[in-house]
Design a protein around this ligand. Structure first.
Ligand code: ATP
Length: 509
């Protein structure tokens, strides 16, 4: 419902009209009153259009507002990046010392890292710490077909930053350009005239930044692909501070989860440490999404607190996508079950105790999936560990071959994963080729080595699974009835007469 305030204009117009009619009726001329009304409205409209909106960097309109009060304490993990950024910002704050020592002003800081790791948050926190105005744009906003448009947008961006700082009475402004590779890619000096002009304008603006200006400008840019940037951008005096913003480690993930749990009631006993363990490889944005989705699950069930089960479901959703109502035939479901059991059996064979659950719930693009117990974050892998990972990935296809005599399209993603790991094996000098420079290998040599590694591992996978062929049918019954199968139930089944004579007969087939 609209309140009294929102009807002010209508009430004033109504009141003035009634007053004018009354004055006419009383024989008094209402003209002076009408003139005063017109002048007052014109003055009101003018102040509104001057103070309310500022011309946006990319030509659009943006509300002029103080930088959001986001500080470094609101950013989880990223301790090293925060430390380096704060050190760099001190240059901006300690103006007097810098002037005395004749140090040139810091103009550009480049944040490099995967999407969703908090680069925008870091730039906002930088503006907050240095009490600067904050203006943001994305590299893609400057990409235009027409020569000169991108360059003029760059000029507008710097102008807007200075204007905002003046308007907000700040001595400095932070300009944040996300995806700088959109404009800062290497110049080819050829056809791309518009593109080159945009980049040249950016370089000119950066060179024009002076230490003694009334508004000091600091440019913070973010990219995921630093190697694509033009060397002119990276040279001293331009973006000469590079800060790596990586995916968070376990401690960082827990910190981010805690920050996003601040406004969410959690059930007693909920362990965010466990969630952090289970979310290896997640970015800050994905962790925020896990907390949010978990709260949505609680709301759907009419509960006022978030449970551990909500969080587990939310991890699956963020990793695999929302549950889908895809209609599948009985044959398809059975094949999916056998495929997932293939992965699960291989995982238990090579890493006993590692399977948490096998599920036939379709999520996102997947028709079923295996959840693994969290492992410690690891950044180094042995040859054995990589080969195990490949065999677990191949387990699905091998199981389909074993049961149905052939594969289906369901293994495409698994093969992509397996070939990716093979590439790592080769590039790390752990293949039969020994230590090689990847670029020295021809496509044929790559293909040959790839096939040789995958064929060998596929044979071993088939042999492992053939031992348990009967158990596939046993577990299929449980999965068909309950849709999920716990890791414990799976292990119980595998432990029964493990390696018995009847089963091993299949190994030879
Ligand atoms: P992109 O490269 O895609 O623009 P980015 O690195 O700039 O991504 P942000 O926009 O800073 O990522 O982060 C997106 C959202 O993810 C934030 O609004 C926040 O909710 C969450 N987030 C990301 N990293 C962190 C973090 N370190 N601490 C707390 N929240 C985070």
């Amino acid at each position: 419902m609209r309140n009294f305030k929102s009807y002010r204009k209508e009430i004033a117009i109504g009141f003035l009209s009634v007053l004018a009619i009354f004055l006419l009726y009383a024989g008094v001329s209402p003209m002076p009153l009408v003139a005063v009304g017109v002048l007052a409205s014109a003055a009101f409209l003018m102040t509104k259009s001057r103070g309310g909106l500022a011309v946006g960097a990319a030509g659009g309109k943006r509300p002029a507002k103080a930088p959001s009060p986001l500080s470094f304490e609101d950013i989880g993990g990223q301790e090293q990046a925060k430390k380096e950024l704060i050190e760099a910002l001190d240059f901006m704050v300690k103006r007097e010392e810098i002037r005395k020592l004749g140090i040139r002003p810091l103009k550009g800081i480049l944040l490099t890292g995967p999407p969703g790791t908090g680069k925008t948050l870091l730039a906002k926190a930088a503006a907050h710490r240095t009490k600067s105005a904050f203006v943001a744009a994305s590299g893609s906003e400057f990409v235009e077909m027409y020569v000169g448009v991108g360059a003029s947008r760059i000029r507008d961006l710097f102008k807007e930053a200075r204007n905002q700082a003046v308007k907000l009475k700040r001595g400095s402004a932070v300009i944040f350009i996300d995806e700088i590779d959109g404009i800062g890619g290497k110049r080819d000096g050829g056809q791309q005239r518009e593109y080159d002009q945009t980049l040249n304008q950016l370089l000119t603006e950066m060179d024009g930044i002076q230490g003694d200006e009334s508004v000091r400008i600091l440019l913070i840019a973010a990219t995921n692909r630093k190697e694509l940037l033009d060397p002119a951008l990276l040279r001293p005096g331009r973006f000469d501070r590079h800060i790596q913003v990586d995916l968070p480690d376990k401690k960082g993930r827990e910190h981010i989860l805690r920050l996003h749990a601040r406004n969410k009631p959690l059930e007693d006993g909920v362990s965010l440490e466990r969630v952090a363990e289970e979310t290896f490889g997640f970015s800050g944005a994905q962790l925020e999404s896990v907390m949010n989705e978990a709260a949505i699950y609680a709301m759907r069930d009419d509960r006022d607190q978030v449970s551990q089960a909500d969080l587990t479901q939310a991890i699956d959703k963020v990793m695999m996508g929302e549950r889908t109502d895809r209609e599948t035939t009985r044959e398809e479901r059975e094949r999916v079950a056998m495929h997932e059991l293939g992965h699960a059996f291989m995982a238990e064979t090579l890493r006993p105790g590692s399977v948490a659950q096998v599920s036939l719930t379709p999520r996102g693009q997947a028709l079923g999936y295996v959840r693994h117990h969290p492992r410690k974050d690891s950044y180094l892998y042995t040859k054995q560990a990589l080969e195990d990972q490949i065999m677990i990935a191949l387990g699905g296809a091998a199981a389909e071959e074993l049961i149905y005599g052939g594969r289906s399209t369901g293994s495409r993603g698994d093969f992509e994963q397996a070939t990716g790991i093979v590439r790592t094996l080769i590039e790390s000098g752990m293949s039969e080729l020994g230590i090689v420079h990847p670029e020295a290998l021809t496509q044929v040599e790559w293909a040959r080595e790839n096939a040789s590694i995958l064929d060998g591992l596929m044979d071993r996978t088939r042999q492992h699974l053939a031992v348990n062929k009967d158990k596939f049918y046993e577990m299929l019954d449980v999965l068909a009835k309950e849709e999920t199968l716990s890791g414990d139930r799976l292990r119980e089944c595998l432990a029964q007469d493990a390696g018995g004579g009847a089963s091993s007969a299949h190994a030879a087939s």
